[in-house]
Design a protein around this ligand. Structure first.
Ligand code: HEM
Length: 406
């Protein structure tokens, strides 16, 4: 095994380091596009990762050759069959068609309508934290927000939050091509329960339309076209699956980074107009999605002096690309007023995160209100990072704070 393979292994396989960023930097400096011993290409520079996100030569493939469908377990796997109809796993032109239909329902106006709901929900949670003088931001605040918001938006009853999170978590495990049989079986159970539940909601909306996102999706039409049954179910599942975990980690990271750095927090307190750039800076430094969905190389492609062969896999390493010194001056420094190119935390190109506006709204209202209300809050200890979602995702297991005399 080469030295670079050892570096890749050390952040892709357990035991994971608390801080993977110095390892990413070593790989990026030595080989911004590297074919590792595990057979995957890793795009770790800003230029390489952007090219992988944006080039039509990398995707999921189509028909029976698509990355998800060519898994030999596809015919028996409810999880893989659900994934096959989700936006991240479809290439243009099918992807373009599906995304256009979804954008008829998931509009900026529908997102903005969540602001008041969010503020009320956040304030109630902050009241309980205040009554206790502190607590765990993850379990007492961040965990509750994204699931409540997406359910409110869809019009899904609040009593199944825990089930939805569990099913979505199970399903996410099937995304990686090397998923074990055991994890896939667990994902299949989650996907079957998820689909049965979502199908019931969809049937209700067909019978009794309401003023919610689910009804808008059922009714979405463009050029006489609409979403078919599996597309609808998979779309609702992807909103829940993609929208909850990442956003909760983003909220936690915004609070942690500002509480850890009093100087930057004071800059924000003196000039609240910096809030959007401050939270964007956290998104750059601590991306909830560290390793994006693997892409298939659809045809032999030259990139940064290497030839990627048709059929190979390539992964954009978002956590590495966002700290590339060729894109950002002093990339490891937290600067709430940083100006720079767009970070890659919400991807780039055709698969740019559909929920970007909602994620930013949730972070701005939740972390924004927390920091305003508790200006003297302090971190009690360095927050532990969850290992069970690595290497693809990154988020805190807990974030214990003392609210001081706030
Ligand atoms: C901070 C929170 C979030 C982060 C970091 C995030 C990150 C991402 C990334 C990196 C991708 C591209 C995946 C790839 O192609 O490799 C993506 C796609 C997507 N995200 Fe998000 N996301 C967040 C929140 C949300 C929310 C709140 C929703 C919806 C409710 C959402 C829905 C989606 C969907 C549907 C896609 C697929 C888009 C496509 O393939 O065309 N995400 N997200």
């Amino acid at each position: 095994m080469t030295e670079l393979d050892e570096i890749v292994q050390s952040f892709m396989r357990p035991p994971y380091p608390y801080d993977p960023y110095p390892l990413y930097a070593q790989l990026r400096d030595a080989a911004p596009l590297y074919r590792a011993g595990d057979g995957f290409w890793y795009a770790s520079s800003y230029e390489a990762a952007t090219a992988v996100f944006r080039s039509p030569h990398f995707g999921q493939g189509s028909g029976p050759d698509s990355r998800i469908r060519r898994d030999p377990r596809f015919d028996d796997s409810s999880a893989l069959q659900t994934l096959a109809y989700m936006l991240p796993f479809i290439d243009p032109p099918d992807h373009t068609r599906l995304r256009q239909l979804i954008s008829r329902a998931f509009t900026p106006r529908a997102v903005e309508r969540m602001r008041m709901f969010l503020a009320g929900h956040v304030d109630a949670l902050l009241d309980s934290m205040a009554a206790n003088g502190g607590g765990d931001v993850m379990s007492e605040l961040a965990d509750h927000i994204p699931v409540a918001v997406i359910c409110e938006m869809l019009g899904a009853p609040g009593d199944r939050h825990r089930d939805l999170v569990g099913w979505a978590d199970a399903l996410v495990a099937a995304v990686h091509p090397t998923v074990s049989d055991e994890h896939l079986a667990h994902a299949d159970d989650g996907a079957s329960a998820f689909r049965a539940y979502v199908d019931t909601l969809i049937e209700q909306r067909r019978r009794e339309p309401r003023d919610d996102l689910l009804t808008a999706l059922v009714q979405a039409e463009a050029d006489g076209d609409s979403l078919d049954g599996l597309e609808l179910t998979s779309t609702v599942c992807v909103f829940i699956g993609a929208g909850i975990e990442n956003t909760k980690h983003y909220i936690g990271a915004c609070i942690a980074w500002l509480l850890r750095d009093r100087e930057q927090l004071e800059r924000l307190q003196h000039d609240p107009s910096l809030q959007a750039s401050a939270f964007e800076e956290v998104l750059r430094l601590e991306p909830p999605v560290q390793v994006a969905v693997p892409r298939l190389v659809l045809e032999d492609t030259e990139l940064l002096g290497s030839t990627l062969r048709k059929g190979e896999h390539v992964c954009p390493l978002v956590g590495a690309a966002n700290r590339d010194p060729r894109a950002y001056a002093e990339p490891d420094v937290f600067d709430v007023s940083r100006v720079g190119p767009p970070n890659l935390s919400l991807a780039s190109g055709a698969h740019y995160c559909t929920g970007a506006g909602l994620a930013r709204l949730e972070a701005s209202v939740t972390a924004g209100r927390f920091l305003e209300r508790f200006p003297n809050a302090r971190l009690v200890k360095d927050p532990p990072v969850r290992d069970d979602i690595r290497p693809s995702l990154r988020g805190y297991a807990s974030l214990t704070v003392d609210l001081g005399d706030s």
